[in-house]
Write a protein that binds this ligand. Sequence first.
Ligand code: ADE
Length: 865
Amino acid sequence: TDPEFSIVTRSYCTILAQFAQHLCDQYSVIPSGFFWDAITEMDEQNRPIHTFQVCHVMEPNQNNWLRSGWIQRQAAQRVYVELRFTLRDCNSIPWVSGTCKETFNLFYLQTDLDKVFNVGLKVDTIAADESFTQTDLGDRVLRLNTEVREVGPVTQKGFYLAFQDVGACIALVSVKVFYKRCPSTLRNLAAFPETVPHMDSSSLVEVRGACVENAEERDTPKLYCGADGDWLVPLGRCICSIGHEEMDGDCQACRPGFFKGNAGNFKCSKCPLHSSSHDQAATICHCDKGFYRANKDPPTMACTRPPSAPQNLVSLLNDTALFLHWMPPSNTGGRSDILYNVLCQRCDGGDSGATQCEPCEPDLRFIPRPLGITGTSVAILDFAMHANYTFHVEAVNGVSELGVAARSLANVTVTTHQSGKLLMKKDWATYSSIALSWSEVEPPPSEILDYEVKYYEKQEQLSYSSTRTRAASVVVTGLRPSTVYVFHVRARTAAGFTAYSPNFECATAAEGTKSAMETSNSALLYVSCLSVPFSGIKTYVDPDTYEDPTQAVEEFAKEIDPSYICIDRVIGAGEFGEVCSGRLRIPGRKDIAVAIKTLKGGYMEQQRREFLREASIIGQFNNSNIIRLEGVVTKSKPVMIVVEYMENGALDSFLRTRDGQFMVLQLVGMLRGIVVGMTYLSDMGYVHRDLAARNILVDENLVCKVSDFGMSRVLEDDSDAAYTATGGKIPIRWTAPEAIAYGKFSSASDVWSYGIVMWEVMSYGERPYWEMSNQDVILSIEEGYRLPAPIGCPVILHQLMLHCWQKEWGQRPHFNDILSFLDKLIINPSSMLTLVNDAMRYVFSQYDNAIKTSKGMLTKSNLET
Ligand code: ADE
C-alpha cells in the first residue's frame, strides 16, 4: 500500500504474493550463521523503504537464506517473480578480499501443503544491472534493480520462494509473485471469461464466447488466449437479434417509432410512411388505419392503400372491336403494381320494358385479357350487335384485397351498332386465282372510298395478305392450287372502316384444270388482274402479345429434326450460348449452310422464351435482305435457332478488315440491301431498335441482311447498349434523340440508326463519334452537332446521312424514300463523283451552324426530287 512499494502491475497479472512491510512477517530468515535483517531505510525523498538486507562481505563461506511463506498457486500455470533490489559494488568496498559476491540465488519448492522448506530447485543466479558504490551512498542515490524470472512449472497447490546469499551486500526491496491471464472481455458482441494461458507457451487456449443479451450466434465466437495474457485470433461473431441494435458493444432495444425485422449488426430503421411502433424492441411497424402491407412487401416499405378508380374511361367502337381506354387513377395508393380488371354486364330492356342486366356472354373476347391488365386499354371482340354493354373498370393493387373499402370503379356504357355490312360471292376460280365481288347489305354511314380484302389459307390462319380495290370486286392471283382460302372484305369510308364481312371460304381448282373463263376470256382476266392493286403485305405480330410465347414459336418457326443438323465449328458466343456454323441436311433437299444459335444448358424458362422470341420474330419475315429462319429445335436439347449462314459475318468487322478495298458503288450496293430489308420491316410495322453495322450480316456475294431481332435480348447482348436514366438499355450512338430521351422508338428512329450505319459503311467500320463518351454524344447531338463525312465519302451520301439525322423525326425520310434515292444514285453514279476530300472535309465542330441554319442540308423535298 505504500506507493513506493506497491508494484505497478499490468491488468492481466494476478498477484500471488507481494513482499511489503505488512507482509514481512511471512518471510522467515532461515537460521544459518549470519542472517538477512529486516531493515527500514529512507529513500531520496525521505520516505521509508522496508527491506531485507544481508551484507557479510568480509567473511568467507556465506550461506544465508531468506524464504517466503507458502504461496498458493491458485489458477496459475506459469508463475513469474519480480524482484527489486540494490546490490553493492564489491570494488567500492575497501579491504574486501575475494569473499565479496555480486549475485544471489533464487530457489523455489512446490508442495501441496504449507510445510517446512527444504532446499528446493534453483531458479537462477541473479546479478544486478546496476550496483551501488560508497559515493552513491553518500549522495543518497538508490540504484534499484528489477529482475523478473519465471518459476516452475508449478503444478502443486503452492510453493515457497527462497533467496540464498553467498556473500553479497544486498537489500531486497520488493518481491512480487504473479501469473498472467487473459482478462474477461467483450468482442464482436460475445463475452469471453477471464482465462489463464496454457503452461506450454507455444500453445493457445481456445475460448468460446457467449453472445451478450439479445444477440445471437453467427459462426461460433472464439478467441485464443496467448501465453502473455493477450487475446488473439478473434473468430465468429454474434449479431443483435430482431428488435435490437448494436450500441456501445451491446444489443439495445429499438426505440418506439423504430423497428428491426432481421437479426444483424445494423441500426433499427425508422418506421416507414403510414406505419408506427409504440413499444420498444419492435420487429415491425404496424400500418396506420386504412393502410396495408401486402404479403410480399418488405417491412421497410411504406404502408399503402388500394387505388382510386381509373380516370377518363372512354369507349371506342369500330367495325370489329370495341376499345376501352382509361387513365391511371389519381391516387395510386402509393404503389406501382396497379392492374386493371374489366367487368362486363349486358343490360337490355326486358319484356316489361325495365332494363335487366346480366353478366356478359362468356365467349366475349378481351385482348389482352379481362382481368389483371397491366396497360390502360383493352380491346373487346365478338360482341353482339345492337346490344347495350356496361363496362366497369376497376384499378387494383397489391393491397386491394386487404382493404375493406368499397371498390372504386369507372363505368361506361356502350351500345353496339354497326352499318355498312358487305356480303361476298365468288365469281370464278382457277388453280391460282379467285375472282370475288360483293354487295352492300346495309349501307355505310358515309361514302365508300375503297375496299380492303383480307385473305389467308384456311390452314395458315396467322399470316394473311390484304389488297385494296376501288371496285366492288377483285381477282386475287398467285394462289396455291387445291387450297381453301378465307376472305373478308370491308369498306373504307371517311368515317373509318366498316365491319369485315363474315368469313367467305373459297377453294382454288386443282393444278392443270382450266376454267371456262380462263380459256375463253384470258385477255379479260389479264386486264382484270392488272387493274387490281395487290399489296400482299403482312403485318408483324409481336410474340409478346401471345399469352404463351411457345405458341408464337410454333406458329412462326418450323421444328427441325436435330438429326438433320450437322455442326461444323463454333463461330461466336451469344448471350444464350454458342453460335456455330454447320449444314442443314433435310432428306430430299439440297444441303444448306446454316448458322446455329444454341441455348446453353441450365437455362431458366424465362431465358428459353427470350431466346426463342427471336425465332418467332424472324420467322414472320420473308425478304432477301432479312436473315432467313430455317427453323428451330425446341423438342430436344440443346434448344437451337437455325438461320441461313452468312459467309462474311458481321458487316462492321467485315469492313474493318477490308479498309479502302471497295468501290463506292459496291458500298452503296450494300447500303441499298439494308434499306430493302428495313423498308420491308417498316412496312410490316416492325421497329428494329438496334440497327447497327454489327447487326447486319454479309454473305459471300456481299448481300447484306438485317439480323439480330428481339429487341430486349439484343440490347442485353449488345455491348454498345448503355443504361439510360430511366433504366432502359440503349445503344446511344445509334439511337435517335427522341428514343433516348423518352423511348419513342419508331421506323423514323430506325431511319436515324440507318444514317449511322451509312456512316459506318462509308468509313469502313469506324466507331461512330470515336471515343467520345455516351453523355458527350447525347449533348453534342442536342446542340446540333452531327458526324462529319468520312474521308472519300460522296457529298450526296453525307447529305443523305444528315437528312436521316434530323432532330424532328417527322422530317426524316422514310425507308422507301431512301431506297428510291439510292436507286437513282446507282443509275446515275456520276452524282457521287463529288467526294468529301480532306480539304473540304467539314470539321465536326463546324457543323453547328450548318445544322442550326439548315444551310447545306438536304431537305425532305429535295431528297425526293
Ligand atoms: N454470326 C451470327 N449469325 C451468323 C450467321 N447467320 N452467319 C454467319 N455468322 C453469324
